[in-house]
Design a protein. Structure first.
Length: 116
């Protein structure tokens, strides 16, 4: 797999088959619209931020504070329903496995000790 997949693997210690498939699917979908430079910048952003976000869930201020090369990535993901769904899928899978710190947009399910 490529740089984004490897970055996502490093992001979380959870490496079950379903989540690895989610990473693969997201990277494959991104490869259809992003340049290699954009993929590298996105991977570096995730690595530096130590989290993966759902771009549509980010506030205008958060989007405005993205590193200069990332708004184009965000726009590409938001504009493509398949990319957006794969982005959400990765975050949802991480959240299902309790990895809320690296995938903060969905947060822990209500009623869990983390939300009480």
């Amino acid at each position: 797999m490529g740089i984004l997949y490897e970055t996502l693997v490093r992001l979380s210690p959870v490496h079950d088959a379903e989540i690895l498939e989610g990473y693969r699917r997201y990277e494959t979908a991104l490869n259809t619209v992003l340049t290699p430079e954009q993929m590298a910048a996105y991977a570096a952003y995730i690595d530096t931020a130590d989290e993966i976000r759902i771009f549509e869930e980010m506030t205008p201020a958060e989007l405005a504070s993205l590193p200069p090369e990332i708004p184009a990535v965000a726009a590409a993901v938001i504009a493509d329903l398949d990319l957006s769904m794969e982005n959400r899928r990765v975050v949802a899978l991480l959240n299902q496995r309790g990895e809320h710190e690296v995938a903060p947009d969905l947060g822990p399910p209500s009623g869990t000790p983390e939300t009480e």
